[in-house]
Design a protein around this ligand. Structure first.
Ligand SMILES: CCCCC/C=C\C/C=C\C/C=C\C/C=C\C/C=C\CC/C=C/C(=O)SCCNC(=O)CCNC(=O)[C@H](O)C(C)(C)COP(=O)(O)OP(=O)(O)OC[C@H]1O[C@@H](n2cnc3c(N)ncnc32)[C@H](O)[C@@H]1OP(=O)(O)O
Ligand SMILES: Cc1cc2nc3c(=O)[nH]c(=O)nc-3n(C[C@H](O)[C@H](O)[C@H](O)COP(=O)(O)OP(=O)(O)OC[C@H]3O[C@@H](n4cnc5c(N)ncnc54)[C@H](O)[C@@H]3O)c2cc1C
Length: 680
């Protein structure tokens, strides 16, 4: 064989051999029926089996392969994701997966940021939420059949967070009954929308409406960007890809400029605000109703924080079970790294958090559907609570999940740094969730503002009843109460855990409110006073959101108990809930100590209880990640493979590296050989 054309490496087929013995042993020793926990997570046996059928269909389909993704150029990755989109459509037809839920299941199983994500996640929901009945009748069938592909074009080069600062203009021309869309400045260029660059034929554009020189605020408009015949941009439209990013290579995030592009009057989405033919403008029933798609997506993002973190933890826990380093004493076998307390302290709180966020996702889904039901009946009263709660939870969950993926990566040592571990790309593709759909810090201000307002109202009007999750703001006497968890046992009491979280949140709200007043007493107006407390506002929003997450976890376990869930499952969920509660007190201990809510009387038993919880989770750790039921395809990780054949898989996958295609390195003749063979 020619030494330069073929690798001199053994061809292995070892990835499919017998499973790793440690994993097998651990699976056999679980304290609870794993399958039952899987059913609980996915909503029952039937639903789980349905999801499995779809996941297995995807995993065995070569079009959806992922293993070579690291060796493709950006353009190849984009093309590959288009191929996946086409195949996704073929499978919908072939397997009759026409319901929205089936299609969502299929996309989730494909597990890639496809350039139709924005079409499904924001373009169609905006037509549904903001379009009149006629507009929906016109565009929804086309969009659902993929006869048009759309996106959500709001952010501009100059502004993302400050929506009222957007510069794209839609000027109404009464004489032709058209809107004229224009990008008057460079900073008015739309910048970032997913699938805008190369894929979309249409988009919903957010532009400031101007009628006879009167500014009417930002509104959504349906605009065709590209020809449906040949995909060329239409006249007056400049569109393209924004270039390389941290990751997200499969997505053509784009830019877009308008040069006096005319669209008919009925292309403004007019469910809530209208422009009549004569230019009469009718205001919407709530000034922020056109922001509803963002609220929808924030709720969706909260739900995905659990599954994303669960993937990272699955990889890290399985690998930590297979990986061995050091005997404790010489002559003894080496330890699985999962036996080390530090490894457990890094990973198990994240495991607990993935379960906690699962219940947060259920909670926000329910809240969102109640909100939509109200909105359909023209009741917008829940909007402020929905907006504030989802803004805070989106921030907390994405921050924790992002940091958690990185913790998992680091806990896998050197192999965690290999892209073949799946963790670097999971991290890089996930972290923009802290930015898109509202920068997390900016979102925290929204929740903190809401809490401060309610706190002020409750102070001004004793006896006022506030909604469930914020009702603790009524009880300023809570501020005088102290922790009484002076033993390890007491720290397992959910009422005490919740008391601590409520007390911390209320204290931070109250402090913020007091500081606001103090700043104003120093002579600042309210606007400047708010600026002086902004970092505290972020802490307020996080503290409240932690409380909401824990409260939902505790409530969910109570409901499961009431509905007859088996004791072993309840026991393991309670242990996870305890660890979640105690770990995040330990992580922010300063907050609790600062005002004397806790003292060393309480912190010692707290730390000791956390150590006990880590020990309690250890024998079930593998079973707990198995219960998330990810296929190897979904994990895309040599370290997280279900059979634990980590080294075989790493070795085999590395053979695909293009550098290994030849024995002699490309560049050898030009760059290495000359100095190796140079005369001394
Ligand atoms: C739940 C069910 C889920 C089911 C899921 C099913 C299907 C999903 C399908 C598919 C999904 C597929 C793929 C997607 C996957 C992953 C995601 C991938 C990519 C992400 C794409 C990203 C898209 C984007 O990023 S779009 C752009 C997003 N941009 C932002 O978020 C901008 C952030 N800024 C703002 O929101 C606002 O400007 C602001 C910061 C909130 C401030 O607004 P402003 O106008 O300046 O108002 P203020 O003057 O400050 O406030 C006035 C008043 O209004 C209140 N307010 C503000 N916003 C809202 C709102 N949205 N609702 C209600 N009220 C609001 C504000 O609090 C204030 O109130 P006050 O006066 O009482 O204090
Ligand atoms: C991968 C990705 C996909 C995206 N997809 C889309 C899409 O499909 N459609 C779309 O329209 N947009 C999209 N976006 C844009 C995204 O929504 C915005 O980037 C996001 O809303 C943040 O806005 P910004 O970039 O203006 O950040 P900025 O607001 O400029 O934030 C920069 C910094 O300033 C701080 N800051 C901002 N305002 C304040 C304030 N008032 N007080 C204190 N601090 C402040 C922030 O906390 C942050 O630290 C996407 C972005 C990314 C990264």
């Amino acid at each position: 064989m020619s030494s330069s054309s073929k690798p001199n490496l053994p061809v292995t087929n070892a990835v499919n051999g017998p499973p790793n013995a440690d994993l097998v042993r651990e699976r056999g020793a679980a304290s609870f029926p794993v399958r039952d926990l899987t059913y609980l997570v996915y909503g029952g046996q039937e639903r789980t089996e349905h999801l499995e059928r779809i996941a297995n269909m995807v995993a065995s389909d070569p079009v959806f392969r992922k293993t070579d993704r690291f060796f493709l150029s950006r353009t190849e990755q984009y093309r590959r994701s288009l191929e996946k989109v086409r195949h996704y459509k073929e499978l919908i037809a072939k397997h009759n997966l026409h319901s929205e839920l089936d299609q969502q299941d299929l996309r989730q199983a494909i597990d890639e940021d496809l350039p139709i994500g924005l079409h499904v996640g924001m373009f169609i929901p905006t037509i549904v939420g903001q379009g009149t009945d006629e507009q929906q009748k016109k565009w929804l069938p086309l969009a659902r059949a993929y006869k048009i592909i759309g996106t959500y074009a709001q952010t501009e080069l100059g502004h993302g967070s400050f929506i009222r600062g957007l510069e794209t203009v839609a000027t109404y021309d009464k004489s032709t009954q058209e809107f004229v869309l224009n990008s008057p400045t460079l900073t008015a260029t739309k910048w970032w929308p997913g699938a805008l660059g190369k894929t979309s034929t249409h988009c919903v554009v957010f532009a400031r409406l101007v009628i006879s020189d009167r500014e009417c605020g930002v509104h959504p408009f349906m605009v065709q960007l590209r020809s449906l015949e040949n995909h060329e941009p239409l006249k007056g439209i400049t569109v393209g890809d924004i270039g390389p990013k941290f990751a997200y290579e499969t997505m053509d995030n784009g830019f877009l400029r308008f040069d006096h592009v005319r669209i008919p009057r009925d292309h403004m989405l007019m469910r809530f605000a209208q422009v009549a033919a004569d230019g009469t403008y009718s205001t919407p029933p709530h000034s922020k109703v056109s922001y509803a798609t963002m609220v929808f997506m924030r709720a969706y993002i909260i739900g995905t924080a659990s599954s994303t973190l669960a993937k990272a933890v699955t990889i890290a826990v399985r690998y930590s079970c297979v990986r061995k380093q050091f005997p404790l004493r010489s002559g003894e076998p080496e330890q699985q790294i999962l036996n080390y307390q530090n490894q457990q302290a890094a990973l198990f709180p994240l495991l607990a958090t993935a379960y906690a966020f699962h219940f947060t996702g259920n909670y926000i889904r329910q809240m969102y559907s109640d909100f939509v039901r109200g909105m359909r009946a023209q009741d917008f009263s829940v909007l402020p609570e929905m907006h504030a709660t989802s803004a805070g939870l989106k921030s907390l969950t994405t921050w924790i999940a992002s940091a958690g993926i990185e913790t998992c990566r680091a806990s896998c040592g050197g192999h965690g740094y290999s892209k073949l571990s799946g963790l670097p790309s999971l991290y890089a593709n996930y972290i923009p969730a802290c930015t898109y759909e509202g920068d997390n810090t900016v979102m925290c201000f929204q929740l903190a503002r809401y809490l401060l307002k309610l706190y002020g109202k409750a102070q001004a009007k004793p006896g006022l009843r506030l909604p469930g999750n914020v009702s603790y703001l009524e009880k300023s006497t809570l501020l005088d109460e102290r922790c009484d968890a002076s033993t390890e046992e007491l720290w397992l009491d959910p009422a005490r855990q919740l008391h601590a979280y409520r007390n911390r949140a209320l204290r931070l709200v109250a402090n913020c409110a007091n500081r606001l007043v103090a700043e104003m007493q120093k002579g600042k107006d309210e606007v400047l006073a708010v600026e002086a407390i902004k970092s505290d506002m972020v802490k307020v929003a996080k503290a409240h959101s932690y409380y909401v997450v824990l409260n939902n976890f505790v409530n969910a376990i109570e409901q499961l108990r009431a509905s007859g869930t088996s004791t072993p499952i309840l026991r393991v969920l309670k242990t996870l809930c305890d660890l979640f509660a105690l770990h995040f007190i330990q992580a922010d201990l300063g907050d609790f100590l600062e005002y004397g809510y806790l003292s060393s009387l309480h912190t010692e038993p707290l730390h000791a209880q956390i150590r006990r919880l880590l020990e309690a989770i250890r024998p079930d750790a593998v079973a707990l990640v198995d219960a998330f039921n990810f296929t190897d395809h979904a994990l895309g990780s040599a370290l997280g493979v279900h059979n634990g054949r980590v080294y075989e898989t790493l070795f085999e996958w590395a053979q695909q590296e293009p550098l290994n295609k030849t024995q002699v390195a490309p560049g050898y003749h030009e760059y290495i050989k000359p100095f190796l063979l140079a005369k001394m």
